[in-house]
Write a protein that binds this ligand. Structure first.
Ligand code: G1P
Length: 297
């Protein structure tokens, strides 16, 4: 029997050192793409896949993330008083039902696998999704919904995958693949951040997963992997052969918002998707590129 997918874990304990000084006193997951913080994109994407319960794995200095999903009474009252109905409606759409968000703390940065393991009591015996908020996916059907649909087809674990340039395999979890129908790929092996010379393919995992709760048993061994961290990829690899395990070539475009260029690309791409902003942004890009190409003087 394939259990319904109701839970998601969002690891948000990272320090965001790549975005200093912006992240000195602010969680990196609160950085906005256009006008919405990264964390909200992740929660909305999960909700669109039927997720009802969220576990944020947080750390020191991350309280704004939890505040963000609270009801801001004074703000709502002021918006109402000023007749700002659209803003009020948008804010209310962000409300989650009482009790839908839980938090656990990851006290030490021991790796993604360790962060996920911190949510073990929340997960219990249930399948769960993981969304890494740094990875933002622009797609007609939200990426986690595509994964959930694939999970209901196949059962077991499903991870979102895309091809990367061969020289970049050392930045990602990489698949060794079996049967491949162009959309769903059978996973035969997983390696975290292999050098291009030893990478089994150039099919990489992006930050979207549907996993079985058994992964927690392997994570609890706290074996260190690449970068001397407890790697989620290594624990997932142990499930191959025990449960069905597939990669899904999702439809959409991924932006690595943990990287400065990726983050800027996301701003432009998401702004160009917004009917209220696209014409002005497109016009600016066109003239600005022209100005930059023309030598001053
Ligand atoms: C993590 C995972 C890696 C995955 C990547 C996707 O790496 O460990 O397997 O490919 O996210 O963004 P990180 O980016 O945290 O180094």
């Amino acid at each position: 029997m394939i259990k319904k997918l109701r839970k998601a874990v969002l690891p948000v304990a990272g320090l965001g050192t790549r975005f200093l000084p912006a992240t000195k006193a602010t969680a990196k997951e609160m950085l906005p793409v256009v006008d919405k913080p990264l964390i909200q994109y992740a929660v909305e994407e999960a909700r669109a896949a039927g997720i009802e319960q969220f576990c944020l794995v947080t750390g020191r200095g991350k309280t704004a993330l939890v505040e963000h999903f609270d009801i801001a009474y004074e703000l709502e009252a002021t918006l109402k008083e000023r007749g700002k109905h659209r803003e009020l409606r948008d804010l209310r759409e962000n409300h989650l039902p009482p009790g839908a968000i839980a938090t656990v703390r990851q006290q030490e940065p021991l790796g993604l696998g360790h962060a996920i393991w911190c949510a073990r009591a929340f997960i219990g015996d249930d399948p769960f999704a993981i969304l890494l908020p740094d990875d933002l996916v622009l797609a007609d059907t939200p990426c986690t919904k595509q994964l959930a649909d694939a999970y209901y087809e196949t059962g077991g674990c499903v991870v979102a995958v895309s091809e990367v340039p061969h020289e970049q395999t050392n930045r990602y979890g990489i698949l060794a693949i079996g049967h491949d129908d162009g959309r769903l790929v059978e996973v035969l092996g997983l390696v975290e951040k292999p050098k291009p010379e030893v990478a089994p393919s150039n099919l990489s995992i992006i930050g979207r997963y549907v996993l079985m709760p058994q992964v927690m048993e392997y994570l609890s061994r706290m074996e260190r992997g690449a970068g001397n961290e407890v790697q989620l990829t290594d624990a997932m690899a142990k499930l191959i052969g025990q449960v069905p395990f597939h990669g899904l070539r999702y439809e959409g475009r991924r932006f690595d918002c943990g990287d400065k260029v990726g983050f800027l690309e996301a701003q432009i791409a998401f702004a160009l998707k917004r009917p209220d902003l696209a014409p002005a942004v497109r016009a600016f890009l066109k003239t600005y590129m022209h100005e930059c190409a023309t030598p001053a003087g």
